[in-house]
Write a protein that binds this ligand. Structure first.
Ligand code: MN
Length: 132
């Protein structure tokens, strides 16, 4: 058993190659093998979001604060709020982020396949963020 106390998780900004706007990440877990599990808090300031991306074996999001948006390729933009959970299937192209005027925090839970848990793509445009 390993308890990691609140206050012991260093925060780091989300890199510009993967995120638009102001994003803060705090790792919860990068488990040693044989586990493939990784989890972290991600906080998006208003307007901030991920780039388009996929996860090789899917991703669970648990919205823990605020109100944000999620979108899938060819699908609608959906508003999500604290308490909502979202599952993206393996290889499903998507993005997640804040609302235009509201921040959002989620826990992201992923599993790696061959050492990779995400494949990053192009930024989400303003039109895509707006649902156009
Ligand atoms: Mn994702």
């Amino acid at each position: 058993m390993e308890i990691r106390r609140n206050g012991s998780r260093p925060a780091a900004p989300g890199p510009a190659r993967s995120f638009s706007g102001s994003v803060r990440r705090e790792a919860i877990l990068d488990a040693a093998q044989p586990s493939r599990l990784a989890a972290g808090f991600v906080t998006f300031e208003p307007g901030a979001r991920t780039h388009w991306h996929t996860h090789p074996v899917g991703q669970l999001l648990i919205v823990t604060g605020g109100c944000g948006r999620v979108g899938t390729c060819g699908g609608p933009v959906e508003e999500v709020r604290a308490g909502d959970t979202i599952w993206f299937g393996p290889g499903e192209k998507h993005w997640h982020g804040a609302g235009p005027d509201t921040g959002m925090t989620h826990v992201a839970v992923t599993e790696a396949e061959n050492g990779s848990a995400v494949d990053w793509m192009e930024p989400v445009t303003e039109k895509e963020f707006a649902g156009g």
